[in-house]
Structure formats: structure tokens, C-alpha cells
Design a protein around this ligand. Sequence first.
Ligand SMILES: [Zn+2]
Length: 151
Amino acid sequence: MGWLDTVEYEYRYKCAEGHVSVFEQHDCDRQPRRCIECGESAEYDGFNPLHLLLRGKVAYEKNGRKAFRITDGNGNVRHVSATKEHYMETGDIKPSYTPGYAKALKETGREDLLAAQSRDEIIASRKEASKAKVEIARKMKKAKDAHAKQS
Ligand SMILES: [Zn+2]
């Protein structure tokens, strides 16, 4: 028994009148059922696609840099570089590259370039964060002013 066995599918049944009835069940023997709307016999018509809202973090690499694909469980997906992820969690700047790419950069003496790229990325995310802070402060002031006006 796997977790898939506990999933209920939505099975569609159609009667002669064209009403569609949906039944949630684990599996389906495809026997005719009663139409929910008119009570007449309804034939099996197929099943609805199952939307799995999984939460997860998948590591991948792009152009020698490590990144994550993060799924929040509500259907939202975001991509974040490992460098940025590390900075957000620890506040430290630690470039995250694949071993092969890091080695190639070392061999060609372009390590400085790597560090600079990470710095630029961190600076950009800091700017993003302070912009968000300013926006929150502006909204709070607006709410405070509105409250003061009321009383
Ligand atoms: Zn019907």
C-alpha cells in the first residue's frame, strides 16, 4: 500500500439527459450509477485530472550554478539560486557552484568574477528587501493616519 492508494479520484458519470455527476472514490468498477440530478442511470464517462499540491525543494544546476525549485504546496513555484538561499538563511555570502564549474573558474583564474557575481546577486536581494521594508512602513503610516483621522 502506497500513498497513491489513499488518493480519491473524481469519476465522472453522464446520464442520457447529459447531466454530469461526479463521485469521489478510491477506485472505479465503471458500473452505471444514479445521476445526481435526475436519478436516471448514468454511464461512466472518465475521471478528472488529479491536482497534486506537493511541497518540495528540488536542487538543479544551470550554467554551473546551483539553484532550487521550491513548490509551496499551494501551486506556487519559485526558483532561487543556492547562493541567495544560503544568504537568506544565514546572512553569509557563500557562492554555490557545481564542483566542475568552480574548478574550471579556478583553473582559468576567474574566481574573482564568481565572487563578484554572488555579491551583485546579494546586493540585488538586499535592495529588494529594503524596498519591501519601505513599502510596509508606508502602509503602516497610511493606516495610522487613517485611524487618527477617524478618532
Ligand atoms: Zn441526469
